[in-house]
Write a protein that binds this ligand. Structure first.
Ligand code: IMP
Ligand code: MG
Length: 200
């Protein structure tokens, strides 16, 4: 994975640059890979009435950039699954939001930010299959294969990454860093630091 120095832009909130260990995937690399993924999806879903379902919340940036490259008559929906608390250890799964659109007989593309143990995507896919879509495919930006616990097929993968906790481009640590435009690794001390006080 290519490495680059911290960007020479001003910090968005005055602190995140100090927290970043290194950038793993740059904005440009993400944009290029998304265009490639979109080309494959456009080809495979051509002229199909497609429902794209994003898994909240980490997919926000990926989904926005992906669907603007999709030349399909698509509709957009979201499902909410909470699998992590304010730390990096896997917890139980709770459905925080279910789908709105009818997917029966439709072509469905489920989009998630990162495939880690695989439990989240497996949960969502199992749930959606009950509604009998014509076809269901999965797309993830990042795949941490080394951590997989559940066997799951992914049809479109952006990048394979090592077993390391990453943030940015929608991905969070304790709900922070989602607004970073790139994928980065945090300094180890960030994981052990107490929550900063935001008011006096
Ligand atoms: P899984 O159910 O273990 O596959 O976990 C998937 C979910 O865990 C993702 O949708 C993320 O929200 C979260 N997650 C897993 N690894 C990371 C990471 O490295 N950074 C941020 N979130 C992560
Ligand atoms: Mg998360």
């Amino acid at each position: 994975m290519p490495r680059s120095a911290a960007p020479d832009r001003p910090a968005a909130n005055g602190t995140w640059q100090d927290d970043i260990d290194r950038i793993l995937i740059t904005e440009e690399q993400i944009a290029r890979r998304i265009r490639e993924l979109a080309r494959d999806i456009n080809r495979d879903f051509a002229r199909r009435d497609t429902v794209v379902i994003g898994v909240l919340t980490g997919t926000v940036m990926f989904l926005a950039d992906l669907i603007r490259n999709l030349d399909l008559p698509l509709r957009l929906d979201f499902v909410g699954v909470s699998s992590y608390g304010a730390d990096t250890t896997s917890g139980g799964l709770t459905l925080t939001k279910s789908t709105r659109l009818d997917v029966r007989g439709r072509d469905v593309l489920v989009v998630d930010d990162i495939l880690d143990t695989g439990k989240t995507l497996d949960h969502v896919v199992t749930l959606l299959r009950q509604f009998k879509p014509r076809r269901l495919r999965t797309c993830v930006l990042l795949d941490k294969k080394a951590r997989r616990q559940v066997k799951i097929r992914v049809d479109y993968t952006g990048f394979q990454i090592h077993d390391e906790f990453v943030v940015g481009y929608g991905l969070d640590f304790a709900e922070r860093y989602r607004n970073l435009p790139f994928i980065a690794a945090l300094k180890s001390e960030v994981f052990t630091a107490p929550e900063p006080h935001t008011s006096s």
